[in-house]
Design a protein around this ligand. Structure first.
Ligand code: FAD
Length: 404
């Protein structure tokens, strides 16, 4: 009997996992089940080039359809609604039952929804998948007013894209500064300046209380009584990992599906990879749940190896990126818990600088804006647990190559 591996979800983690399975020598069936009507596609461009109209849905494909055909990787559109671990079966929303020998959970995450009066009005959008962005694009007109609720990376990337399309853009952030959940004040200040220079209106420490309009959104009303005209509202207030299916099946879940460094869950036949997981990271010596493409892809490789009884430890340094206007931000490591920040370059007037975060004299993270060399250097230092002199790092006249 041919063995069957089923992958739930068809996005970054699944794309990598399915192809790595073949590389690892899996010669049984591979079936990816995803609830979107697409083969795995790149999600990051959704709030960047795709929203800005510079890429089409076809351009987003992670691999061409021919790749999956050639490697005998099947794709099926559907929603998995239940896992029976003792029978090794899955149930789909249409009632069909499928059996598996190995199962990979790559269910990713979903947007956190607003629970405010008016959030069901037409013109209120989220941004997670192609369908969301197609919906936004149908609404776009130059000079219209867009209100973005949430000043995280997705909100800010969206602001940049809409501004470039000629819209009037307001960003409303509940915290005292934009990007508060993910980065240090230095970077928040920098992006506040850049967006303001580009014509985006940013309000922080403000809480939205309702969205008003007859059928379609007309304005956003805040708790302090301030009102903002809104032809379009885009909500970017975070995501939630899709863990309910695993939880219901008795798989260990705590802020993500618990996996070890080989992406194994507490069931020997089930692995998990990507946004929906929570793993122990050796570099940072703690459990973390990451929301990033590099994490999904690298975990996909480890999970595939585990399915094939090989072992490929996932021990990568977390890294991320964000594109806004002409700025490429690359982030190495995680800055939480830092006790010293070193700035290299001019963050007050230029569009290129790097912020390095130290803890107990060790570099733990770096935010590099249009500074690819500093990014590569930081990855090397953090992953290798190397020492670096902060004073030399701060001196922009010393070439990056000479710093180590
Ligand atoms: C707008 C946007 C911009 C981003 N920009 C960046 C960036 O610049 N850099 C970066 O590193 N990361 C970025 N990210 C994050 C990145 O896209 C995610 O970390 C990545 O997509 C995670 O991949 P994944 O495969 O784990 O899950 P996901 O991409 O979330 O995919 C999971 C898939 O599984 C499906 N699914 C869930 N449950 C079921 C079920 N029961 N049955 C069937 N299918 C199911 C989901 O619908 C989805 O299609 C961005 C994300 C968004 C939305």
């Amino acid at each position: 009997m041919t063995k069957r591996c089923i992958i739930i979800g068809a996005s970054h983690a699944a794309a990598q996992l399915s192809s790595s399975l073949r590389q690892e020598g899996w010669d049984g069936e591979i079936l990816m089940i995803g609830d979107e009507p697409y083969l795995p596609y790149h999600r990051p461009p959704l709030s960047k080039t795709f929203l800005a109209g510079k890429k089409t849905a076809d351009d987003l494909a992670i691999r061409p359809a021919a790749f999956y055909e050639k490697n005998d990787i099947q794709f099926r559109q559907g929603r998995v609604t239940g896992i029976n671990r003792s029978q090794q079966t899955l149930t789909l929303s249409d009632g069909e039952t499928l059996n598996y020998d190995k199962l990979a959970l790559c269910m990713g995450s979903r947007v956190r929804k607003l629970a405010l009066p008016g959030s069901e009005l037409k013109g209120v959008h989220y941004l997670r998948d192609i369908a969301d962005v197609e919906g936004i694009k149908n609404n776009l007109e130059k000079d219209q007013h867009a209100v973005i609720i949430g000043g995280g990376y997705i909100g800010l990337e969206t602001a940049a894209a809409l501004r470039k399309l000629g819209m009037q853009v307001v960003v409303l952030e509940m915290a005292e500064r934009i990007l508060q959940r993910v980065t240090a004040p230095e970077l928040s200040e920098f992006y506040t300046r850049i967006h303001t220079e580009e014509g985006v209106e940013i309000h922080t420490g403000i809480s939205v209380s309702r969205i008003a309009g007859k059928k379609h959104t007309e304005k956003v009303i805040c708790a302090d009584g301030t009102e903002f005209p809104a032809d379009l509202v885009i909500v970017g207030v975070g995501i939630l990992p899709n863990t309910e299916l695993a939880d219901k099946a008795g798989i260990d879940v705590e802020n993500g599906i618990i996996v070890d460094e080989f992406c194994r869950t507490n069931d020997p036949n089930i692995v998990a990879a990507g946004d929906c997981t929570n793993h122990f990271n050796k570099i940072f010596n703690r459990r973390i749940r990451l929301e990033s493409v590099p994490n999904a892809s690298e975990q996909g490789k480890s999970a595939a190896a585990s399915i094939c009884d090989a072992s490929k430890e996932y021990k990568n340094l977390p890294w991320f990126w964000s594109d806004q206007y002409d700025l490429k931000l690359q982030i190495a490591g995680l800055s939480q818990g830092y006790d010293q920040v070193i700035i290299r370059g001019d963050k007050l007037t230029s569009r290129s600088f790097a912020a390095f975060y130290f803890k107990d004299k060790k570099l733990i993270s770096a935010d590099c804006v249009n500074r690819p060399q500093e990014f590569m250097l930081s990855k090397k230092i953090i992953a290798g647990n190397l020492d670096i002199n902060p004073d030399r790092l701060a001196d922009d006249s010393i070439a990056v190559k000479a710093l180590l």
